[in-house]
Design a protein. Sequence first.
Length: 129
Amino acid sequence: MKSLLGITRRSDVIFRADGRFDLTSRVVRALGISPGDVVDVLSDGSEYYLYVASHAENTSCGRFEAQVYLSKPKGGGLHFRGTSSRLCKAMLAVCGAVNKAALPCGNVTVDSQGRKLLPIIVRLNLAEK
């Protein structure tokens, strides 16, 4: 017999080749993300961590790369979307993906600078499963 669902794990963050990325409500709540925040990915060479690089009150003047906003402004939900060609290309290269990387995340940790870091599991690209 064969399972119809296969892998039941759902992705938390999606990076696309066109430069768009999506964050689920789980990620948004875990990191305390607000509309207008700028996100980035830290790496120590083997692990990758999503974090808030700059909060909305610091980005009120000017345009910023990887600034996030609600994907559905009217109607609720906490799914956020942002654009950054550099970030998406880098994450796709790390995952070995061409068009899309749908990745799960671990549990939040706090680094020595007090930033909340969310580990991204780059070895499990759910878009290819």
